[in-house]
Design a protein around this ligand. Structure first.
Ligand code: ASP
Length: 428
């Protein structure tokens, strides 16, 4: 038996049927028809060959499918087994892949995770997608998300806009989890969208038995068809394998290095939940519903820094930010730094830099009117970042500076709530 063969695996009372995956680790990995993988040790299960097949291809299809090529034709290239044809009359969802674990697989010789699966392969490995939508998949980048830059965000926003203009009912962006929150904030600010724009990733690559890739991707496609007009992230929720949470793009954060339910909405509840398999969706009345016009709201000013104050940090540290147009300071508690930082921050601010204060607490609101150091910071021209997450504040400052003609205008823009990046009242 070899990779690509269709097999039946019997282990105790459990019986699985699917396609044998390449697995040089010695364990048997079978991709089930549901798109999920199961892994079993060879001696512990009875494996029967059902039919011979072609090994699953890992050769990348063309990076940019011809836009004039019907999605159905793109879809049929290089598949291991013949799929059900996309159902006529289903709405179109575009999947733009940028890379990350959701588009990766493990190199079992080195143990490294490499980003090499294309959006097309992602779609192929989750056959249920075809039941839900007419999927148009395109690989925009093939990078780990730590390599994303503000330039990628702007380009990605333009690509998303093009899909919506081209008739997509919703757009899914497959993305690495590490910096997904930054991209989600950037897309939220750069795009006023009449349709859902859904970021999705996975903590475990799709060739691992515990992968969350298929569930998350199916959930994302379902949310892309929902009554939403904003940028969200859809990721595994809780301990079960049943539910994904829908997080607002400007309020979401990766809070765990490896758990599948690593993503949380900070300072509130998620915008909703989706059961990817049944298709049940619950949406909060606080979401922005579908509709309105599509607008691009760029550009971004990339010269923005983020500095975390730690006790005893020397103020000379701030010298390295000279020349930046904006600086987000992650202060302690309600938004504080030591007295020794106040004069240098005032000088940077007087020199035209926009300095914003956010809190290391993550939960709760900055208030610099309570303690002396806070009041001194306000006198120094520092802008309170409300209850904005530090990552969101960085992107918001890039956005404000990109659009404004002066530091004053940038400060005023920064204070406006554009895409729910801060809440009006923090929960106690
Ligand atoms: N380092 C990877 C990335 O962010 C991790 C992931 O995708 O989950 O691209």
């Amino acid at each position: 038996m070899e990779a690509g063969d269709r097999v039946r695996v019997e282990k105790g009372k459990a019986v699985y049927e699917g396609v044998l995956m390449p697995s040089p680790t010695g364990s048997l990995v079978v991709k089930l028809d549901s798109g999920y993988n199961v892994g079993v040790r060879p001696g512990e299960a009875r494996v029967t060959l059902l039919s011979k097949g072609r090994p699953p291809s890992s050769a990348p299809p063309p990076a940019r499918p011809d836009p004039n090529h019907p999605a159905e034709d793109v879809h049929s290239r290089g598949r291991a087994s013949s799929p059900a044809a996309p159902r006529e009359g289903l709405p179109q969802v575009s999947i733009l892949s940028t890379g990350g674990t959701i588009a990766s697989r493990v190199d079992y010789r080195t143990g490294a995770v490499t980003s090499q699966f294309t959006a097309e392969e992602l779609r192929q490995s989750i056959p249920e997608l075809e039941e839900v939508a007419r999927v148009r998949a395109e690989q925009v980048y093939s990078i780990l998300s730590e390599n994303m830059t503000p330039q990628h965000w702007v380009e990605l926003a333009q690509r998303v806009a093009r899909e919506i203009e081209g008739g997509a009912r919703g757009v899914v962006v497959a993305h690495g989890t590490d910096t997904m929150a930054y991209t989600a904030s950037a897309l939220s600010l750069l795009l006023e969208t009449p349709a859902p724009v859904v970021l999705v990733g996975s903590q475990r690559s799709s060739d691992r038995p515990s992968s969350d890739a298929a569930l998350n991707a199916l959930g994302a496609v379902r949310v892309a068809l929902a009554d939403l007009g904003e940028v969200v992230a859809v990721m595994h929720d809780g301990m079960s394998d049943e539910v994904c949470a829908i997080h607002r793009g400007t309020r979401v954060r990766k809070m765990h290095t490896s758990r599948r339910d690593a993503f949380h909405t900070i300072g509130g509840e998620p915008l909703g939940w989706v059961e990817p398999r049944s298709g049940r969706i619950e949406l909060s009345p606080g979401r922005r519903p579908r509709g309105g016009d599509l607008k691009m709201r760029g550009p971004l000013e990339p010269r923005v820094g983020l500095v975390k104050f730690v006790p005893g940090a020397h103020p000379d540290l701030l010298e390295s930010y000279r020349g930046m147009r904006g600086l987000v300071v992650e202060g302690t508690g309600l938004g504080h730094v030591s007295s020794s930082w106040i004069a240098p921050l005032a000088e940077l601010s007087r020199g035209g830099m926009v300095v914003v204060m956010v809190s290391q607490c993550l939960e709760g609101r900055v208030c610099d009117r309570v303690y002396d150091t806070g009041r001194d910071l306000l006198k120094a021209g520092v802008v309170e970042g409300e209850d904005m997450l530090p990552e969101t504040a960085v992107v918001k400052l890039m956005w404000s500076l990109g659009r404004a003609k002066s530091p004053e205008e940038a400060r005023a823009l920064f204070r406006q709530n554009i895409a729910g990046e801060y809440t009006e009242t923090s929960r106690a």
